[in-house]
Design a protein around this ligand. Sequence first.
Ligand SMILES: [Zn+2]
Ligand SMILES: [Zn+2]
Length: 160
Amino acid sequence: MQIDLTQLPEGSTRLEMDLEPGSIGITPEDAVVEGPLGLKLHLDRRGDEIWIRGKIHAVAREECSRCLVEYPETLDLEFDVFCAKVQNPNVVSPRAVDEEDGGVHFHDGRVLSIDEEIREAVILGLPMKPLCKESCAGLCPRCGEDRNEGPCRCARAAAG
Ligand SMILES: [Zn+2]
Ligand SMILES: [Zn+2]
């Protein structure tokens, strides 16, 4: 995904597009995304400085950390990127990182690509402990049966 900076006007611009996960470098190891990613961008340009606020809507296939069932996880994510023109390409690396409050994305004044920022937002937006549902009962640690489907054999044995 490239934004043509020679065509981007000063001030506010809104862009909406659908992106294939593979086209921005998301591999199945990163996330198994079903269908395209819905991307909404709000760009605010002041000369060579561009502030981008983005929203991503996607559905990722996740495996429940309790019952190991695969389920679709809906992701609604937000990110922002501050973009500035690189002053001297020989001195500043194309992607220098600021302090802890985030990075500055450098562009060459002609095109801007924030594929990497979108990819990072998706990866960071995936749940650490995916759950098919908040109340998932998980697998029994003793017999391994899925307790969402009713009492496991240990529970049935204990109940007599
Ligand atoms: Zn589950
Ligand atoms: Zn059991």
